[in-house]
Ligand binder design. Structure first.
Ligand code: ADE
Length: 418
């Protein structure tokens, strides 16, 4: 079998870690059980470009149990868990192409290897697979039934493709399901970003000034968790509504030009480029810690940091010291790539349970409904979203009320007032 992993002998470690993750993924497991009986993806070639983690392993196994021929590559050069990649290749016969720390050429050659499987369905996190397919393998377009997209950045890219009339097949925006972004983006990013920063630095968060750039779902989660650990949190924003929300949530809001000289920790979660740049680095305190948890490594202008640095060295794994001409040192984590997956293990399994339940059910939806779909970006059908919420609640042993007939009637009537 074709695969490219760091070391196949790591498989045994990966096996135990995937088993551990599976214990917190009851919703996906129930889908896996159904898929293995019903084989809804029988005969489907599925190309996936996802962070190769223990949780992704659970998804890949589910899709394979469902009858799909799955090929998997990484959606970021730094997020692969090499033991997991080895386990999927060795024990599940899944062609995996992913090595933690791979260079850009290898990263794209791995995407090519997934496309070599001529996918009927693509499953993407950040849209690199879809964009490579549309640039280099247009011959494959007529065969593709549809694709799914995991993250905000990818959905934005794909909507831009649809707006330019170049999107060659329908996409389901898994990110936009409520059971995805309300939980994964907020609680997942919140916890895993703090986890990555702490694992990399072992610095104390309590009493520090922690600057969060961007107050979308990820920023909200991160600001709240940093505050929960005792940090004084500053939010920077470009959107007046988000800035107002951050203010009323109790955070200080100011431009980065002001926050730069105050912060001990900086973390970008905006989805846009050059949020931290030369004029900010020059004002930072000695010892400032700079990280990114947005999808791409564009939010921190690392080139500018390199240009103004007089010396650089790796001081700990995932921590590079940049000493500037003003004598101050700035510490960049995980090369400016997403710190939660580069320096830690990404979101906990319990939230990925819902995200990947959406992925599995959306793949099944594409198989059944592709003929009725246009070449545009769709939301996950509401009944799938609600069903995942119901299954998650049931797995947590939480019951909720039901509307009485009288309440139902009230909600659909307009003539009952005071
Ligand atoms: N994205 C963020 N966290 C993740 C995880 N644990 N697995 C896969 N993709 C992720």
């Amino acid at each position: 079998m074709d695969y490219h992993v760091k070391d196949i002998k790591l498989a045994e470690v990966g096996k135990n870690r995937v088993e551990w993750a599976g214990k917190s993924m009851p919703v996906l497991k129930s889908i896996m059980d159904r898929f293995s009986k019903e084989k809804p993806l029988k005969g489907i070639s599925l190309g996936a470009c996802l962070h190769v983690t223990t949780e992704t392993a659970m998804l890949a196994i589910t899709l394979k149990q469902g009858g799909a021929n799955v090929r998997l590559c990484a959606s970021n050069p730094l997020s692969t868990q090499d033991d997991v990649a080895a386990y999927l290749a060795r024990d599940h016969g899944i062609p995996v192409f992913a090595i933690k720390g791979e260079d850009n050429d290898t990263y794209y050659s791995h995407i090519d290897s997934v496309l070599a499987g001529e996918p009927d369905i693509t499953m993407d996190d950040g849209a690199d697979l879809v964009s490579t397919l549309h640039r280099k393998r247009t011959d494959l377009l007529p065969k593709v039934l549809g694709g799914t997209e995991e993250t905000t950045t990818g959905v934005i890219r794909l909507k831009a493709m649809a707006a330019d009339n170049v999107l060659g097949y329908p996409i389901i925006a898994v990110n936009d399901a409520k059971t995805k972004h309300f939980f994964d983006n907020r609680y997942g990013t919140g916890q895993s970003t703090i986890d990555g920063i702490i694992r990399a630095t072992n610095r104390l968060i309590a009493g520090s000034t922690f600057v969060v750039s961007g107050y979308g779902w990820c920023g909200k989660g991160l600001a709240k968790r940093a505050q929960g650990m005792g940090a004084n949190v500053i939010v920077t924003e470009i959107d007046p509504l988000a800035a107002l929300e951050a203010t009323m949530d109790g955070f200080r809001v100011m431009p980065m030009a002001e926050a730069a000289s105050i912060g001990d920790f900086f973390c970008t979660v905006t989805g846009d480029r050059s949020v931290l740049r030369k004029e900010h680095f020059l004002h930072m305190k000695d010892g400032a810690i700079v990280a990114n948890s947005g999808h791409f490594d564009i939010e921190i202008d690392v080139m500018a940091l390199k240009e103004i640095a007089q010396s650089t060295r790796k001081i700990r794994p995932f921590v590079d010291e940049y000493t500037l001409g003003n004598g101050r040192s700035i510490y960049l984590l995980a090369d400016g790539r997403l710190v939660n997956l580069g320096a830690a293990e990404g979101h906990p399994s319990a939230v990925m349970d819902m995200s990947f339940a959406n992925q599995a059910l959306s793949a099944e939806f594409i198989k059944v409904h592709s003929k009725d779909l246009e070449k545009r970006v769709y939301n996950v059908p509401e009944d799938i979203d609600k069903e995942i919420a119901r299954l998650k609640l049931a797995s947590l042993g939480i019951r909720i009320d039901e509307l009485t007939p009288e309440q139902e009637e009230y909600l659909t009537s307009w003539n009952m007032g005071t």
